[in-house]
Design a protein around this ligand. Sequence first.
Ligand code: SF4
Length: 443
Amino acid sequence: MQHLQKPRGEGVLVPTAPESSKRIISGMRPTGRLHIGHYFGALQNWVRLQNDPSYECFYFIADWHALTSDYADTSGVAENTLQIMIDYLAAGLDPKKSVIFQQSLVPEHAELHLLLSMVTPLGWLERVPTYKEALENVKNKDLHMYGFFGYPVLQTADIVIYSKKGAPLVVPVGEDQVSHVEVSREIVRRFDYLFSPEVFTDEVNLKNVREVKRFMRAVGWDGELKTDDLLKSSLAYGHWVKKVAAEIGFDNFTEKFKEYQRFFRFELVLVEPQAMLTKTPKVPGTDGRKMSKSYGNAVTLSETDEGIWQKIRPMKTDPARARRENPGNPDVCPVYDWHKLFSPSETLEWANQGCRTAGIGCTDCKRAMADNLIRWIAPIRQRRLYYEANQKLVRREIQEGSAAARIVAQRTMKRVRDAVFGKNRILRRTLQPGTKKQKAGSG
Ligand code: SF4
């Protein structure tokens, strides 16, 4: 949890979390209304994290990511962006505790994406499992586009633009997304290897040169190690150290060679993100498959009571209960999975017993579950209705959250530009709008 404050002279709120806070960053694509699968798979956890004082949370609406698959028809993106923000707020995300923003309102994400794309080998992107899967499975859209291919790079930029020196950068994910974070880590390592300053300290002297040699051997240097060379310049050795560190990860390197730590120092521009594996309950769709809007098997957070029942009534159950008198097994029934989410323990017991003994019918079981789901969703839907009626307020929250995120992103981009082009780059001044030089030139 963090507090947002207005810095003097600025109109937007910026996060003021303690230095040691871990930064959490996560987002969703605005491709439609959020459903209960999104709630239990992510939003519930996001709300928990924003209320934990050890975290500083950034949650965003990934509208550029929506284009990676929906580029041919962008007509719904703006409305979906608004609706997803309403879903975020209704589910309990609080702009006073989290920075909630729209990706495309922080254009620095695009600039960092560009710079990271310069150093990302094609092979790394080709082997992202979800990329291959999507190409094989999605038949109604042509995904052979650079934007789709490069989305892990954009995703990396989305995360690491919120790097803060000394603060772990954490991405809450499910099992299937761990590989994305792994690619991000590799891209960041490569960037840091290429653009972070040299790391060998210049303390090599006659007293410690033997130990420096031991260190160089330990990190795999198999060339000559002349005392004179080491005393004269440690540049080549420093470069080797950084190369090895980039291969195994800078943090791993620091841990592995901590006995030699006084000989090296990493001043990394970007922080490697870490995956936070989140245990989430099973939320199958009404047909038993993964819940997804595109399968038409989801209950959205904005569903009416009648709409909920219409979806639950034909829900798939244990096929063994083809007839009322056949006993069944609740462990293989999606309705029972939903009972676990919404029903109190006595109802769970009633459904479990009744199913196994054929003491209840599936319609009774579904009705009981639907009633509990309706009770659970009521306060979320009520908050949704409030924000739907106050869209100006929602737009303002997006605007202010994005402005706050942008201040943080701009700080990172300054460091990134300095690292890539050098602090004295000639374009730094000429690119600033309104400078005297520029005015003179334009006249
Ligand atoms: S009684 Fe309930 S748990 Fe058992 S199969 Fe029917 S719907 Fe599923």
